[in-house]
Ligand binder design. Structure first.
Ligand code: 9MR
Length: 355
């Protein structure tokens, strides 16, 4: 019998399993809202985590899963070339373990948030060696503690229709498409018990650009499987734009294609970019919640995600504020809790799905 959860999963063995009438692992397809509880995850920024007891209390109470938002990035761990600094990552991970939360690791490879010395490297051999060593150290240190990893983050070009499939940056420029294979193979060696994910944004609407991004992800997954390199899931970042709408059919099709390849889906960075919504607070909060509902309904009607994680918890700490400032200067409200750590309609909406 084909073991669909095996690390040695190949595309052929998945297709054989499906042809034999087996149900692919990962998520149960069908059903408007998943029968079992979907774990609720929260990405944790170190500053409010250290300074704000209300944040830690809410994490204890509501989070099933915790993601260090920045503490596991190269820029945090590898500020100095010669030593690893695990201080921040350990703080968050120890808290999660102490309170019985699962942990998702973000991220072993990204084109952004790298130390200057890394971006200055010009030798492919040196970069390849550093990547293998980094993953061995980082994923190895947390083997058995970090259940799932974003092995690669945002490796697909912003717009594959005009830019080609791959994201330009140190990894692609020096190592070519191989950087993804190297990273997944190294992660499988260092953390054999972890589930390994590829993570990316703009996979949720039905524009041609999004379709091209989905196609690129599917191609990357198939290529890894054909080479017998383990990959277990795709992270939908889900930085949703309130004005864009969800591509229900397109998202469903993408999720079912991944399911057919034996892959799980996780929602990894949910928030709602509200810069085009009306200023009125209650109207804006309702519209943000409606966007989340539309997304989670579309997603769960195609399959049950491994978890739903928001990129922070309170509007007091969100990248959306600076990156998508509103013309009226009103403060962004992209997250489930307001700046005073009070729940908003978005939180109640998520709870309908996460229990
Ligand atoms: O929210 C994160 C912000 O605090 C960091 O300064 C920034 C650079 O490290 O990264 C932000 O998180 C990004 C995530 O790692 C990948 N997807 C997009 C997120 C928002 O930019």
């Amino acid at each position: 019998m084909v073991n669909l959860t095996s690390n040695r999963l190949t595309r052929r063995c998945v297709l054989q399993g499906i042809a034999a009438g087996m149900v692919a692992n990962g998520f149960a397809t069908g059903g408007a809202i998943a029968a079992s509880k979907i774990p609720f995850g929260v990405a944790v920024h170190l500053d409010p985590f250290r300074q704000e007891p209300r944040f830690r209390n809410l994490l204890k109470k509501h989070a099933d899963l915790i993601v260090p938002m920045n503490a596991l990035k190269w820029a945090s761990l590898r500020y100095d070339r010669d030593k690893f600094d695990f201080t921040g990552a350990d703080e968050i991970i120890d808290f999660a373990l102490q309170h019985g939360k699962s942990i998702h690791g973000h991220a072993l490879l990204w084109y952004h948030a790298n130390p200057k010395w890394l971006d200055a490297i010009r030798s492919a051999r040196e970069l390849e060696r550093l990547l293998a060593q980094h993953i061995e150290q980082v994923a190895g240190r947390y083997e058995g503690k970090i259940a799932t990893w974003d092995v690669v983050n945002e490796v697909v070009a912003h717009d594959p229709l005009t830019q080609g499939k791959w994201r330009r940056g140190i990894w692609y420029d020096l190592l070519g498409p191989r950087h993804v294979e190297l990273a997944f193979a190294a992660a499988a060696r260092a953390a054999p018990s972890a589930r390994l994910f590829i993570n990316d944004y703009d996979l949720e609407d039905d524009s041609l650009r999004t379709e091209a991004r989905q196609t690129a992800i599917l191609q990357i997954v198939r290529r890894l499987q054909d080479k017998n390199i383990p990959i277990h899931g795709v992270g939908l970042q889900a930085h949703l734009y309130a004005e864009r709408g969800i591509g229900r059919e397109n998202l469903g099709k993408f999720v079912r294609s991944l399911d057919a390849l034996g892959l799980e889906v996780a929602v990894t960075e949910l928030d709602v970019i509200d810069w085009k919504l009306p200023a009125d607070r209650d109207r804006r909060d309702r519209a943000v919640a409606a966007t989340v509902r539309e997304f989670l309904e579309a997603l769960t009607s195609a399959g049950q995600p491994r978890n739903v994680t928001t990129w922070g918890l309170s509007d007091a700490n969100s990248w959306v504020k600076e990156t998508f400032p509103r013309q009226d200067s009103a403060i962004a409200r992209p997250l489930p809790f307001d700046a005073n750590w009070q729940p908003k309609p978005m939180f109640h909406e998520i709870k309908k799905f996460t229990g």
